[in-house]
Design a protein around this ligand. Structure first.
Ligand code: FAD
Length: 384
């Protein structure tokens, strides 16, 4: 991979060092072989913890600062290029604890010691059967009692569901209708009343579950941030992590491009390398341009956030929309140029073809990103 993009003004020397160190860590630690996706994720979280990479996924409770979104993106991009499951394992430690990093109190942030060390696995539980894209339509209830809260309801499509040690859960506290009536809670996985109702299988396997909460009791201290601020907390977390989904897509696209360059320059057809054919060169040009344009949008969003912007709603939406959609196209061209091998089970580009698909759906489907971008643009072009 050509690392020239690291010379762009978005990055500092510490980012270039991080990238080089992670690259050599990946070369000796990834990919890991596995038949059991749960065991593989546990192993990856432990290894990423031992390697120190998870310290970037959440703030340090001993000296709270801010999350460095450029580092998050660089790590996700690099891991995704080596193994999708490694990116997933890293990403969920951040998304699952994002509410604690941004809004947690000192007691709640104690969990970060274990998630940053790879000793505990985190999950983010927002989606419900009736509220995926329509986030404000959450049904799950959290009733205030004398000694805390009682949660009832269901969450679905929860990554790390079934293997997580701690969940950030969003529920309706009824302070107001719609988005204003939600609150966020810290739920240890061993809390009585939490049950894995169903494990879900997807095209690119990773731990996923539907969860049932039945009269689950939590102490008052489980409330993250303020009551009624759940929607704001969820959106603030996504504001940080949405650009990183674009970064993962970028990593998949870069890998697809590298595999394709290697393939078309070594495959002989019609008396010469496949890369001599101009229609093939047209694919390569489109793929390379998409990769660079996606990188620019991803790291523009990350840099803007790191430079102190309170919100990067528009930039992050553009980064996620463009990088995931274009990566899908880049990978499709990679499959095409690999011929039969491209669809052969176990081939790198075949697995990339499956890995990329969900990224256009979760953390806000592509259509939702377009709605966000259009709204921001129509309201006077202000980015925030
Ligand atoms: C692999 C995977 C992992 C996930 N992990 C998590 C997780 O860890 N935590 C969590 O809380 N959730 C998670 N999700 C859930 C994910 O965020 C939702 O699937 C997503 O928000 C879409 O919701 P939905 O599936 O209910 O689809 P729906 O909301 O029913 O939307 C279906 C489709 O309708 C279209 N659409 C939606 N809104 C609009 C609109 N405004 N305008 C035009 N078209 C629109 C889009 O094409 C969308 O894909 C995960 C999902 C997947 C697939």
């Amino acid at each position: 991979m050509n690392p020239d993009f690291l010379d762009w003004p978005f990055f500092e020397d510490r980012h270039r060092q991080l990238h080089a160190d992670l690259e050599s860590w990946c070369a000796t630690n990834l990919p890991i072989d596995h038949d059991d996706v749960d065991a593989a994720c546990r192993e990856l979280v432990a290894r990423l913890g031992e390697g120190g990479w998870l310290t970037h996924s959440a703030i340090d409770p001993d000296s709270p600062g801010t999350l460095d979104v450029r580092s998050l993106c660089l790590i996700r991009e690099t891991l995704a290029r080596h193994q999708g499951l490694a990116d997933f394992a890293f990403a969920m430690q951040g998304l699952g604890t994002g509410a604690l990093s941004l809004f947690g109190d000192a007691g709640q942030q104690q969990w970060l010691r274990d998630t940053r060390a790879g000793r505990a696995i985190a999950a983010f539980a927002l989606t419900e059967p009736k509220s995926g894209s329509d986030v404000a339509n959450i049904d799950m209830t959290a009733e205030a009692g004398a000694n805390g809260w009682v949660l009832n309801g269901e969450k679905t499509w929860i990554s790390n569901g079934g293997i997580a040690d701690v969940y950030t859960v969003f529920a309706r506290t009824g302070d107001a209708p719609g988005a204003k009536g939600l609150s966020a809670f810290l739920v240890p996985a061993d809390t009585p009343g939490l049950e894995v109702a169903e494990r879900l299988e997807v095209v690119a396997p990773h731990p996923l579950a539907r969860l049932r909460f039945d009269k689950l009791r939590l102490p008052s201290s489980a409330l993250i941030g303020e009551r009624g601020q759940g929607f704001k907390i969820a959106m603030s977390v996504l504001d940080v992590f949405r650009s990183t989904v674009g970064a993962a897509a970028l990593g998949f696209a870069r890998r697809a491009l590298a595999e394709t360059v290697s393939r078309v320059t070594s495959r002989e057809l019609f008396g010469g390398p496949l890369s001599d054919l101009q229609l093939v060169q047209g694919h390569i040009a489109d793929m390379a341009t998409d990769v660079d344009a996606a990188a620019l949008l991803v790291y523009r969003a990350a840099w803007t956030k790191d430079a102190g912007a309170p919100r990067v709603t528009r930039e992050a939406a553009m980064a996620k929309l463009f990088a995931t959609d274009r990566a899908q196209d880049v990978i499709d061209r990679a499959v095409q140029l690999h011929g039969g091998d491209g669809v052969r089970r176990g081939h790198v580009v075949e697995s990339l073809y499956r890995e990329i698909r969900a990224l256009r759906i979760y953390e806000g489907a592509s259509e939702v990103q377009k709605v966000i971008i259009a709204r921001q643009t129509l309201s006077g072009g202000k980015s925030r």
